[in-house]
Design a protein around this ligand. Sequence first.
Ligand SMILES: C/C(=C\COP(=O)(O)OP(=O)(O)O)CCC[C@H](C)CCC[C@H](C)CCCC(C)C
Ligand SMILES: O=C(O)C1=CC(=O)c2ccccc2C1=O
Length: 302
Amino acid sequence: MTTKQISKQDRGLWLAAIKPPIYSVAIAPIAVGTSIAFFETGIFQPQIFLTFLGSAILIIAWLNLSNDVFDSETGIDVNKAHSVVNLTGNKSLVFWIANICLSLGMGGIIALSWWQQDWNVLGLILVCCCLGYTYQGPPFRLGYLGLGEIICFFTFGPGAVSAAYYAQTQQFSGTSLAISSIIGISTSIILFCSHFHQIEDDLAAGKRSPIVRLGTSLGAKVLAIATTSIYIVTLILIVGGALPLLSLIIFGSLPFAYHLVSHVNRYHAIPEKVSNSKFIAVNLYLSSSLLLILGLVLKSYV
Ligand SMILES: C/C(=C\COP(=O)(O)OP(=O)(O)O)CCC[C@H](C)CCC[C@H](C)CCCC(C)C
Ligand SMILES: O=C(O)C1=CC(=O)c2ccccc2C1=O
């Protein structure tokens, strides 16, 4: 292999380790919570929005770097060339970079709480981060028991969306809480899809992920139901008046939903083919979140 080929391969591994598309999970809940606030109250504070966004990105960097650190301790990532710990060979360096990201991220949340002299957002995000830690860190490692998707639903849905709403308005909203369930479901779908191709390594390390528990075939069916539920919940919220009729544009994300469900249905038992399903799920997540935001913002103007 030539030096050029090696460096191209290295670049690919680093990109896979850093997972840029996954950072959309930091952006969408903050943008959705902020647009619900704008839709309901007409309030938009750009400085609060941008500070929250930067903090959320840093918190997701902590989550992913510390995930590689904790997974290196259980042996589950031995075959994962695109683990930052395996790539650097320096677990403590990765651990400290993760902690710096968390400190800077929480620093942003503390700053916006200080500006407002209101500590509710800080409290909510602290709870979300503690739950994120229990997913992967000792002694809890709740992800190894198959509880990740439930934690994911509450932290990225009601937790993060309500915090972003509150940061804009200094009040909580039942409507925001109801709409946040859509983000909770679509984020949990990304995590659920990330398990299909890892079944062998997960079994060997004693991780009872939902796919290990259900098997890939039933897992594909559960994915179809969860994906459909995004649209059913949207319809219920439109009929119930929480969302405007314009939110029907979320159905524009159906091609991504179809792609995801049909791809996983076809390849659920073939790890090399199903391994990209997490990124197809990110496409569904991004398109549905963007259309949800668009519906709310457009309705605020018309
Ligand atoms: C790190 C996560 C998944 C990776 O899991 P796994 O180890 O199976 O994957 P690899 O194969 O890549 O090793 C995500 C886990 C999410 C967790 C359940 C909840 C985290 C909550 C966040 C801290 C909330 C942040 C909110 C923010 C937007 C302000
Ligand atoms: O690496 C991953 O697989 C994931 C990382 C991550 O931060 C995240 C956050 C929310 C839902 C899913 C995921 C991942 O799957």
